[in-house]
Design a protein around this ligand. Sequence first.
Ligand code: MEV
Length: 333
Amino acid sequence: MTASTAPGKVYLFGEHAVVYGEPAVPCAIGLRARVTVERRADGLRVQAGDLSLDGFAVEYGATDTTPEVDVSPSLLEAAMSYVNEAVTQAREAAAERGVEAARAAGFEVTVDSEIPLGAGLGSSAAVVVATIDAATRELGVELPREEVADRAYRVERSVQNGEASRADTFCATMGGVVRVEGESCRTLGTPDLPLVVGYDGGAGDTGALVAQVRELRETYPFVGDTVSAIGDVVRRGETALAADDRETLGELMNINHGLLAAVGVSARSLDAMVWAARDAGARGAKLTGAGGGGCIVALGDPDELERALAYVPGCEDAFHAELDTDGLRREER
Ligand code: MEV
C-alpha cells in the first residue's frame, strides 16, 4: 500500500486565459488531497472519504455502479474520470519502465481530500497528481516530479475535452507560487501573502466552463481581447509580486475578477463575497479557478476578512489560505 498527498491552490492571476497560452500564476495552499493505493487482482475500485460529498465508492469493470450521492452526475462523472485516467497514466509509466504486469494491474484507490470538489481550489489536480504518484510507487516505480506533473496535465487535458493548461497540475506537484505559460512552467520566489478564501459551498464544472469561454470567444471574436487583457494583468502582476507591492497586486486582482466576470464565469455568490472582502478592506479580491460557483481569494488582513466573509449570506466557509511549499509528498502509510 502506498500513499501520496498533494495540495490545492488558488489563482493569484490568469485562470481561463492560461488555456489560450497566456501566463498564469497559481499558488499552492495548505489543504491537501490524500490518495492511498493498494494493488488488487484486476479492475479499479475508487472510494472517496470526503469530496464535500458524504463519501462514495465506485467500481469500474464488469459491474459499474452509480453511487447515490448529493452531487451533480456530471461533477461526479468528471471526478471519477480524473482518477480513472490517472491510473491509466500510472500503468503506462510503469509499463514503459519494463514492469510487465503494469498494464493489467488492478487497484483499490482511496481518496481523502480536504479540498472541496469543483470549488476552484484545484481538487482534481491534487487528486490526479497524488494518484499517479501513489499508483506508480505501488507498481515499484518512482517517477521524477516533472513526469508526474506532465502526466497529470495529460489527464486533465483528456478529461476536459482537450482543453487544459499545465497550471493546476504543475502547482500541485511543485508547491509554492508558480508561473505557467504554455509549456513553460517554473516556480517563483515570492512573499508569503496574506490570502483568505471564501467558499460558497457550490461547485463549477471546469470542462463545461472552459468550453463556455471558448464558445463566447468564437461568437464574439473581441472576447479574445479580454483574454489577452488577462495576460497583461498577469505580466504586470509578476512585477508587483517581485517587488512585494501589495497595493498593485490587489488592484490587479480586482481587474482580473472583472475580466473573468466579462467572460461569464463569475456568479452572484462569488461577486457577493468579492464585494464583502473589498468592503472589509481587502486590497483586492477575485474568483479563483474555473468559476461558476465555489471560491474567491482575497488579499488582506486574514482576521478582518474571515470575519466579514462569515456574514455574507451564502458564504459557507472562510479561512486563511497559507502557502504550501512542499507540493507532492510521499507519505508514510
Ligand atoms: C481551472 O482550475 C483553471 C482553468 O484555467 C482551466 C485550466 O487551466 O486547465 C479554468
